[in-house]
Design a protein around this ligand. Structure first.
Ligand SMILES: Nc1ncnc2c1ncn2[C@@H]1O[C@H](COP(=O)(O)OP(=O)(O)OP(=O)(O)O)[C@@H](O)[C@H]1O
Length: 221
């Protein structure tokens, strides 16, 4: 089993409350979550990444236990080998492309001063055709390039799973189509498990080998 999730979390904000109760087991490497706004999709990804601590349950990715309330296991985000791409890519505006990618390595300042000396940074810049933009800043890039930088930064750590929250929502239609195919090919090439949140039926068709609908905090398929 690649992904085993069984979690519960009660959230309370003033007079609003929300119950997340997700049971999701799959051996697939291409998982898509879809469902209406406010259903609990992002909360699920946040729990896998370690940014939200469930009240109880279990999260296992590729046999690694990330969270198990009964065994008092809750790995901090930096120990999870989980790459989480936010909707807006969250690149650092004051860092160059190469520095943004090197930031993913989290192994000290030397990576940031001379990021291109690190073989992994070079490898990912080259495989995303970003080498010529290595010294540019995010505002000097196109939307598609920015997305590739975010993917390179996520993959430089060789994560156990790639989590993508509406990865194409900031792109125009033609670029979205192109990046969707790029992501699909990349996943097949690297064989890294990937979980994608989307509202777009075209993403479901191309990226989803196992598709889960989330409604009102639970899997409803
Ligand atoms: N810290 C919080 N306290 C209370 N409720 C919260 C908190 N964070 C999120 N929620 C609620 O949990 C529900 C699920 O949120 P979530 O972000 O997972 O939705 P989503 O399915 O990703 O929606 P969208 O497609 O709009 O991004 C929403 O109703 C939201 O208001």
């Amino acid at each position: 089993m690649t992904i085993e999730i069984s979690i519960r979390k009660h959230l309370q904000a003033d007079d609003r409350s929300f119950n997340l109760d997700i049971a999701l087991h799959t051996a697939s490497n291409r998982v898509v979550l879809y469902g209406p706004s406010g259903a609990g999709k992002s909360l699920t990804l946040r729990a896998i990444a370690g940014l939200l601590t469930p009240d109880e349950g279990v999260i296992r990715i590729k046999q690694h236990t990330l969270f198990d309330s009964a065994a008092a296991i809750c790995l901090p985000p930096q120990q999870r080998k989980v790459a989480y791409l936010f909707q807006d890519y969250a690149l650092f505006p004051h860092l160059t492309v190469a520095q943004n990618v090197a930031f993913g390595l989290r192994s000290g300042c030397s990576n940031m001063r001379r990021p291109l000396e690190h073989p992994a940074v070079q490898k990912w810049l080259a495989s995303f055709e970003l080498s010529t933009t290595a010294n540019s800043y995010p505002h000097q890039l196109s939307g598609g390039q920015r997305q590739r930088v975010a993917l390179a930064r996520a993959l430089v750590l060789e994560p156990d799973i790639l989590l993508l929250d509406e990865p194409f929502s900031a792109l125009d239609l033609s670029l979205r189509e192109k990046m969707r195919h790029e992501l699909s090919e990349l996943q097949r090439r690297l064989n890294v498990p990937m979980m994608v949140i989307t509202h777009d039926p075209a993403d479901l068709a191309l990226l989803g080998d196992d598709i889960f609908e989330i409604r009102d905090g639970s899997i409803s398929r």
